[in-house]
Design a protein around this ligand. Structure first.
Ligand code: PNS
Length: 159
């Protein structure tokens, strides 16, 4: 039987940290469904369509599927036949929120297991919000995001 993991997030935008986790996940599952949340509480910089398109460009892998989802993550995971939810754990500061979310998801769907992955050392302090901030003020984000994302950020913040 094929094992599918769902990798959910806002991806506003996808960073090399996210790419790293997707590739790591492919080491132990057959298929990764990158689940892009429609309802991000804060106003996102990139539209849902832009976020999905940028992930497809950054990770053009046949075993990676990119889909938008609305509502409960566990329901989406069940719809796509996933048995695992993958999340990245960077610093201690991530832990409380991630732990709460994992326990709530287990409460909602006990058969779904959350797996936390540790990113590559040099990507540990990377986040989409930092990338947005650096790009907003014209800083170089080429080491942090795929070239397609870099171009998209340039266009967003063009004077
Ligand atoms: O990249 P983010 O913003 O940390 O991702 C958070 C996300 C989208 C994974 C989380 O907010 C989520 O799963 N939202 C869907 C709604 C849901 O299922 N909420 C209950 C989780 S406890």
């Amino acid at each position: 039987m094929k094992r599918t993991a769902v990798y959910p997030g806002s991806f506003d935008p996808i960073t090399k940290g996210h790419e790293d986790l997707i590739h790591r996940s492919l080491g132990f599952v057959d298929r990764v469904v990158v689940a892009v949340a429609v309802n991000v509480t804060k106003q996102p910089l990139f539209s849902l369509e832009e976020r999905v398109a940028l992930i497809r460009q950054a990770v053009p892998e046949p075993r990676v599927d990119v889909q938008a989802f609305e509502g409960l993550l566990v329901e989406f995971a069940q719809q796509v036949g996933a048995s695992l939810i993958v999340r990245g754990l960077r610093a201690v500061s991530d832990f409380e929120y991630e732990f709460q979310m994992a326990l709530m998801n287990r409460n909602l769907a006990p058969q779904l297991e959350t797996v936390f992955l540790v990113p590559a050392f040099d990507l540990t302090y990377l986040s989409s919000s930092l990338v947005r901030e650096v790009a907003r003020f014209g800083g170089d984000v080429s080491a942090l995001v795929h070239p397609a994302v870099q171009q998209a950020l340039k266009r967003k913040f063009a004077p």
